[in-house]
Design a protein around this ligand. Structure first.
Ligand code: MRU
Length: 355
């Protein structure tokens, strides 16, 4: 099953309910826009490319549910729903970007019937393109790995963070497909544990050797020479670092990624970011990127059991910026780029790369 898709029989969105992992691998149907928004906020669907598909299908869902109250009023209603979807999470660029792509299709329509069809066709196309893109990205990234190597990864940038195949883990899957055996060290990724709950599940399902570690053990693993490369995904890559990072780019990814990059640098372990061009934001600087802050409950409690005195002040950022000077390779569907990045490679569709 794809991570997120359109259920033609029920005329709604179907997704793997990632809040139920690792115990249950079940489907959740989002029949309404509020159900989709809640699913995004609760991380039933998560990961930048999967959020892009959720955004696209979200506009299709809105287009199929909005009243036919004259075309202008209909478009306004869909746009209001689309805004709710686009802003459900702020950091991953793909969400708002794909909402806008499908909205643009709607604006080019002249009837409700046409809009309903066209929105769904566009959303399905976006989902299909994600899988195809990840396959190409994986093949490029696999050239960086040798038989017998061990990759450390943070959070989940696998099939379950995309429509299918994955970005960081897609690199591992592609290496396996090319006949190389590559093992994975998965960081637990507190506080929502995407590493232990999701990455381990999909790697074990595909018979990839995986060892789970607590986040705090990643430095020791690199110190002991257990890691040949750190490979992570990205929620947003910006080419303009803004006030703090200047003209070098920045990778926004799951909180803790920066720390992995610093330790990898200290131990000469290659630090690889795997992300499609759709995650590269050429319009904004790092200063304009909002880092999502999540509910204090995620730290004050562990699965409903108190983990800190109630009312303890909490700072719970979900992402952090890693300056491009700590990134050795950026792998996209068009090839492997070695920073410093050339802006022109990311502003056209005819990107050039080193491999
Ligand atoms: O909060 P999440 O689980 O949505 O965070 C996901 C990540 O940080 C991933 O590494 C990123 O979105 C890339 S997914 C291919």
């Amino acid at each position: 099953m794809r991570t997120i898709a359109w259920d033609d029989d029920r005329d709604c969105i179907v997704m793997v309910d990632q809040t139920k992992l690792p115990e249950e691998y079940t489907a959740y149907h989002a029949e309404t826009v509020p159900q989709l928004v809640e699913s995004i906020e609760r991380l039933r669907v998560r990961g930048a490319p999967a959020l892009g598909a959720a955004g696209a299908f979200g506009v299709a869902l809105a287009a199929r549910r909005a009243d036919e109250d004259g075309f202008a009023a209909y478009l306004d209603a869909v746009a209001a729903d689309a805004e709710a979807v686009a802003t459900a999470r702020p950091t991953a660029v793909n969400l708002a970007r794909e909402v806008e792509t499908v909205l643009a299709e709607l604006r080019a329509c002249s009837s409700v019937t046409e809009a309903r069809e066209r929105a769904l066709t566009a959303a399905k196309g976006i989902a299909d393109a994600d899988v195809e893109r990840n396959r190409r990205l994986g093949a490029h990234g696999a050239t960086l790995l040798s038989d017998g190597e061990t990759v450390m990864t943070h959070c989940n940038a696998g099939a379950l963070a995309t429509v299918d195949w994955g970005t960081a883990l897609g690199v591992v899957y592609s290496a396996h497909e090319a006949g190389k055996t590559v093992s994975v060290i998965a960081n637990e990724t507190r506080p929502l544990n995407q590493g232990s709950r999701i990455t381990t599940v999909e790697l074990r399902e595909r018979d990839v050797d995986v060892t789970l570690i607590p986040d705090n053990a990643s430095g020791l693993c690199m110190q002991e020479g257990m890691v040949d490369a750190v490979v992570v995904g990205a929620d947003r890559v910006v080419l303009d670092g803004g006030e703090q990072f200047g003209d070098q780019g920045v990778v926004f990814n799951k909180i803790g990624t920066y720390k992995q990059a610093v330790v990898a640098d200290r131990h000469d372990v290659p630090f690889v970011v795997a992300a499609p061009h759709s995650t590269v934001d050429t319009e904004r600087s790092a200063d304009e990127v909002e880092i999502e802050e999540r509910d204090p409950v995620e730290l004050r409690e562990i699965y409903g059991t108190p983990n800190a005195p109630s009312g303890t002040p909490v700072y719970n950022p979900a992402f952090d910026p890693t300056p491009m000077e700590l990134v050795d390779y950026l792998v996209t569907e068009t090839g492997v780029y070695e920073p410093p990045l050339d802006r022109s490679s990311f502003e056209t569709t005819e990107e050039r790369a080193t491999t």
